[in-house]
Each structure stands twice: as C-alpha cells, then as structure tokens.
Design a protein around this ligand. Sequence first.
Ligand SMILES: Nc1ncnc2c1ncn2[C@@H]1O[C@H](COP(=O)(O)OP(=O)(O)OP(=O)(O)O)[C@@H](O)[C@H]1O
Length: 374
Amino acid sequence: MYVKRIYLKNYRNIKEADLSFDSSLNLFIGANAQGKTNILESIYLLGTGTSHRTNRDINLIHWGKDYFYIKSSIIKRNREITISFGYDGSKKEIKVDNNPIHRISDLMGYVNVVIFSPEDLQLVKGGPIFRRRFLNLDISQVNPYYFHNLQKYNQVVKQRNLLLKEIREGKKVVDLLFVWNQQLTDLGSRLIKKRLEVVEKIDILARLVHRRITDGRENLKLKYESSIGEISNQMTREEIKEIFENRLKKEQENEISRGVSLFGPHRDDLELTVNGINVRQFGSQGQQRTTALALKIAELEYMKSEMGEYPILLLDDVFSELDAVRKSQLLEVIRDKIQTFITSTDLDSLEEINGKYRLFYINDGQVVQKKGSE
Ligand SMILES: Nc1ncnc2c1ncn2[C@@H]1O[C@H](COP(=O)(O)OP(=O)(O)OP(=O)(O)O)[C@@H](O)[C@H]1O
C-alpha cells in the first residue's frame, strides 16, 4: 500500500501543493514550523478521518479561507483508489472513488497509517490514556466493528455517568442503572476480549524487535491490566462479562457516590515491563525510547498480519533523534517494504539513508521537490 499522489488545497499553511511520492521513501526537509508535519498530518487524515493533533477540523483550514480539500491516489493491492476529504467549516465530505463515505468507520481500512512522533514516548512514559489510544487506534484501523463498538461504548459511559450523578442527587432511582449496566458490560466485554487478543499478538512482535535492538539483553513484556478485575486470554467473552457485572454490583455504592463509571475498558491500561521491571516508572530514557520504538514496529507488523499489507509509516521528527543502532533497526524493517515519510530539519541527520528516495524541501508551506534526487 502506498500513496502515489496527494493534492492539498488550503490545508493548514499549505495553500496548494500537488505531490507525487516514491513508493518507498520520502524525505521532507525544512526549518521548524514550515509545514512538514502538516503534510504528514494530511496523510494521517486520509487513513483515520481525524488529525493526530486536533479534534477540531476547523483548525485544518488555512487561516482566512473557508474550506480545505485533499485528494489522493492510493495504490492498494495493485489497484488505484482515490480518496478525497473536504471540509467547509460545517460539513465534512469524504469520498472513496467518488462514493461518499458517511461514517468514519467506513473510511477505516482503506489506508492504514502508523505515525511515530516524539510524543509517542508518552506511550511508555505517559498515563494510561496514551496506551488505550494506541490499542484503540490500532485495532480500529484493521477492525471497523471494534471502532463501531468503541463509539457506542463511549456513548454509554457518558450516559451512565450522567445517571450516576442524578442518582447521587436523588433525582433518579437506582433501578435505572440496570439497563446501562447491561449495555456497558456487553459492549465493554467485547472490547476487552478483542484487546486481549491483540495485546497477545503485539506482545510477541514487540518482544522480538526489542530483543534485536538490545542484542538479546532485554526482555519486553506487555500485559493487559483491566480495571474490572483479574482476567486472562483464555476466558470467553461471557466470562469476562460476568466478572465485569460482578464488579459493578460490588462497587455500585462507590460509583454512585463518585458519580462516575470507574470500571471498564475506558479505565484499563497496558503494563510494560523490561526484564520484569515497570519501564514506565523505573526505565531509563534509553529503555523507554527502545520500548516505544519496539511497540511502533510491532504495530506495523501487526497491521501487516491482519491486512496482508504493510501500513504507511509517518516518522515525524524522530528518525534524526534515534541512535545508530535504532536507526539501522528501523531501516531494516522499512526498507523496500513500507512506504515511509520522514521529516527532519536537516539532511545531514539522515545520512544513514541510502538507496532510492524522493526528497522535498518545504519552506513557509511551499513544497518543492528537489530535482534529480531519486
Ligand atoms: N490553519 C492554519 N492555517 C495557516 N497556517 C497554519 C495553520 N495551522 C498551523 N499553521 C502553521 O503551520 C506551521 C506549523 O507547521 P508544522 O507543524 O507542519 O511545522 P513543522 O515543519 O513540522 O515544524 P517542526 O520541525 O517544528 O515540527 C506554523 O507556522 C503554523 O503557524
């Protein structure tokens, strides 16, 4: 899978650009705040329907203009598809091969993207929300049904929180919780079951990569930590649901007095250990970086195993930050297999890159392909 061409109009600081890409490597060089990330963001948008930096599409429109438009040609399983994305401040219009897409979940799966940026260190260092997002995005991209359930589940959590508060204030009766508990545990157990399956796969993939980067010295382990109680991969969805239901029964008073849903996939986490030590709390900077890189590479391999094709990889400001070992590891994974977009402020930090690539310079939203760079 690769992006052959992209046309951008009024997108962030890019007034207009029409770019053709290499199916393997594309490098964007420019000083800070010139628009490199904006290009990567537009590719991310085509895959997921949302920006990785903002939930507000209005921010994507070039200041002073009243719409933005993106059109791209994607080669997927040797077939060319066209995806367009337009927004005029009120209406989003997404089309695949000229057919309108009404729900974001219907867009997912056409273009799979993995982005790796400096913020991804939060995946290891940050709070549980970053790891939940990692799992949710990964699974949603290859499984629209999961994404659909996730949206419904989040809606249920919102409604249930409202009800818990009203019960606390004596405005509603406790019995009303029953229906919401049914929905919460039904959808929640589906999400947890799927996450357990995926974590099992990513755990194996990430450990392999991690061992390679650390020369076999370190052993990375991923474990899904659920707020509903002790669960395992061997359990059926019904068994997980039962544990969830029991937890809610036991904690009913607690949840009412707090006025918030305290248990379920929206409160779960992914524990990351290296040689048995929690890398979030006790890992060195280097260990945390290596773990983040291993997770990202595992993400690529996971998507390949699910979709039969590698996703597109966006490396925003990270390649130049990696040390020689990690750079060569990453290059080995992507070379000739994965279309990759790399941004950097200078070409010197990319000297390890050889072979075929296309080079673009970007200055104040103007993108110029350097001639003869292939
Ligand atoms: N809606 C918008 N309209 C016009 N310009 C915008 C808009 N949103 C962001 N910008 C501008 O885009 C620029 C940021 O671009 P981008 O984030 O792509 O930078 P970058 O080249 O990746 O820089 P860095 O190397 O610092 O990451 C800033 O100058 C910002 O003011």
